[in-house]
Write a protein of this length. Sequence first.
Length: 450
Amino acid sequence: MNKKKGFFIETFGCQMNDLDSRKISGLLVDQGMTPAVSMDEADIILLNTCAIRDKAIQKVYSRLGELKKRKAKNTGLFVGVIGCGAQLEGADFANKTGVVDLITGPQKISHIPRMLDRVLTERVPLIDIEDEPSPQPAEVENILRDSSFRAGVTIMEGCDQSCSFCIVPFTRGRAKHRAGERILAEVKKLAESGYIEILLLGQNVNSYQDPSPAGLSFAQLLRAVGEVPGIRRVRFTSPHPMYFTHDIIDAINQRPTLCNHVHLPLQSGSSAVLERMNREYTREIYLEKAIALRASPRRIALSTDIIVGFPGETEKDFAETLAMMDEIRFDSIFSFKYSARPRTAAAEFADTVDEAEKARRLRVLQEKQELLQEANHALYVGQVVEVLVESPARTRFALSGRTTDNRIVNFDGPNYLIGSLVSVKITQARANSLQGELVAASELELAAGS
């Protein structure tokens, strides 16, 4: 492989994809390659793709159209398509665009340097979307992270559920779990390097089963990560309601380092729709878990995913979802119109909901959620909250960060605070964020004494 070549990875999709891109970057740097600052400066361009909705696939085709023009001017440009979209589309990405040199799925991350070497040497396109036979996820030692204070850590990959709408079991394969000792070793190393927030990642993160003799449950792993010296915050995503136990809630309540926020996908508030989705729980089961979270001493914030317009969803079904929102009062939601995905059971369902009705339901749902979030956030005005400063703000404020319960807070302050935990007094609430003022140490002492 030509060690002087620069590479650029464009990432589409979820936090798992983002971490995968960081891993691939580390592997390529280990081979002597150099990350390019931008796509324009790269000799090798990799598109790490998403397949969760058709819109994500179309974005990739659009980008490949742009790269085809660039490659016509620079025949030495290497273009690879990797990730879930590559696993789904396979050779179509090459056949429909005439620009792709490498296509491989998310199970083949550790093989990408070897694949690149082969294609660059032999000048023959390569497609490898076979399932990876290894019983555990590949271990990547050098991850080229894009933050110096917050790090994602894979604990499992793949999924053994059979949700009728979801493409993930096909693109990511069967569930594979990392040994608990390897996870803890990675977290300890990150803590020693100055990282203070850890995000544990997996498709069904709370279905984690430690394959090592220790046999840690997910709740036990949470506690262990939360006890690593130097780690101040621990988050996880995404759990499945069926595996969400009281042990997890107890762990969050008993370990202050475990963030009091849970993202628990609902998908629908109708038991009839949930059954068609093959989600393996009912409206009542989810509500029971949500009530337990809300009743916890730390008042655990709850966010969720909701799909509208699933095949067969009636107006009554949709009304049950809206009612569920009123009952639970989610702190935030990710909401989508149903998008049929190939190789899923739901793609064959009749009784589809037309696009105009999907759009109407999505608008109604999002308008309701905006009102709920405004009311939830209004309760924070006047409070002093701990904020992990993440970046410059997108608003007129200088800085932006998150509370332990995952609320965005914008406030004025110097850039050197990025990566630090600070106290902020909330002065104003909006639907999607809070605004506040940085609290000086002297003010905190006065507040503590009053």
